[in-house]
Design a protein around this ligand. Structure first.
Ligand SMILES: O=C(O)c1ccc[n+]([C@@H]2O[C@H](COP(=O)([O-])O)[C@@H](O)[C@H]2O)c1
Ligand SMILES: Cc1cc2nc[nH]c2cc1C
Length: 348
């Protein structure tokens, strides 16, 4: 199976633009470092965009939806039919991400990779159906080699569309009942952690539900214990939408398009992307710390410091979208504040 493109090089951070942006931050009328992560974010965007005046006027959001065979193990608080129903809601404009995309003036693309309760053709939804759902990871690999390749390519296709639209930032989101089970299993494999350390409430399980979910994840991990590479871990334990996100993040880094990572599931996909192609890491910014149990461990493994910690656990790119105004403010401060010399303010 040809996964060769996944390993193609990503550009590293432009040292000239990074140094220029750092120098500018040190000249703006504020004590050095006093704007904290807003400074760091603006410097990172200036370096990634190779632009002394970074901008986020054109934000692209792709939400990948897919169903999971492991839902049959009773690991979610909600029925599987919700995935397909939410695809219709995304398109109809009533979902959280629909509202956020409108409020931001961002482009929202919805990609259906396979839902058991298939909403069928919807004009604004890209159909990239791989199968109604992945296989149950307790019994066999979630995806075949061909399905993995299709999912990775679906993510890369979204990035190609974002590049055609001249996007300045790529946000990936997901929707899939039971996908916190798949993402947790993948995270456990990538981080070599037991299920009980990373399993969380997902859509709202109680303590006994989380215990059952952790046992299901342990069965999946035991079933795929021999799997060693991150790509195989993604194929055996992940999901269509998780693999699409991994493909999208790798393709975005290769296309020099900065990425804003959302919550728990997207961060598991991001860690898989970085394990497959370490050059991806430079292109990732992190929006928020999800309420989901395992998110902090994933962020730590990526040495990521997210902008927000609001107790969000919705997914569908909502946390990343909520952080865009903050990144826009970071750019405005970087671009428009007066320097000490311009304002006639004394330096330390
Ligand atoms: O992004 C997160 O951090 C997050 C945390 C918990 C749940 N979710 C969303 O909830 C769904 C998965 O939850 P579950 O309980 O069905 O595995 C899926 O559609 C995700 O978008 C998302
Ligand atoms: C209603 C609903 C909306 C969601 N959006 C992302 N995950 C979700 C899970 C549920 C259950």
């Amino acid at each position: 199976m040809n996964h060769d493109w996944l390993f193609d090089a990503c550009a590293s951070i432009d040292p000239h633009h990074e140094a220029q942006a750092l120098a500018r931050q040190s000249q703006l009328t504020k004590p050095p470092g006093s704007l904290g992560l807003l400074e760091a974010a603006a410097v990172r965007l200036a370096a990634l965009q190779r632009n002394p005046r970074p901008a986020l006027d054109r934000v692209w959001i792709s939400v990948f939806a897919a169903d999971h065979g492991v839902a049959a193990e009773g690991v979610s608080a909600f029925p599987q039919a919700v995935t397909g129903e939410m695809v219709r809601n995304f398109a109809g404009g009533g979902a959280a991400i629909s509202v956020l995309a409108r409020a931001l003036g961002a482009t929202l693309e919805v990609v259906n990779l396979g839902t058991v309760n298939d909403p069928g053709e919807i004009p604004s939804v890209r159909r990239a159906i791989i199968a109604p759902a992945t296989a149950n990871i307790c019994e066999r690999a979630a995806m075949s080699e061909v399905q993995l390749q299709q999912a990775l390519a679906a993510g890369a296709a979204s990035v190609a569309a974002a590049c055609t639209a001249d996007a300045q930032l790529f946000i990936g989101g997901e929707m899939g009942i039971a996908n916190t089970t798949a993402a947790t299993a993948l995270a456990c494999a990538l981080l070599d952690q037991p299920a009980i350390a990373l399993a969380g409430a997902g859509t709202g399980l109680d303590a006994s539900g989380i215990g059952h979910k952790a046992a299901v994840i342990e069965r999946a991990l035991a079933r795929h214990a021999a799997v060693a590479t991150p790509l195989e871990q993604l194929r055996c334990l992940g999901g269509f939408e998780i693999a699409a996100l991994t493909g999208a993040f790798i393709a975005a880094a290769q296309a020099e398009l900065p990425v804003l990572v959302d919550g728990f599931i997207t961060t598991a996909a991001a860690l898989a992307a970085v394990r497959i192609n370490p050059g991806v890491r430079d292109w990732l910014l992190f929006a928020h710390r999800s309420h989901e149990q395992g998110h902090a461990s994933l962020l730590r493994a990526l040495q990521a410091e997210p902008l927000l910690d609001l107790g969000l656990r919705l997914g569908e790119a909502s946390g990343a979208a909520a952080a865009v105004p903050l990144l826009r403010v970071a750019c405005a401060l970087h671009n428009e504040m007066a320097t000490f010399a311009q304002a006639g303010v004394s330096t330390a």
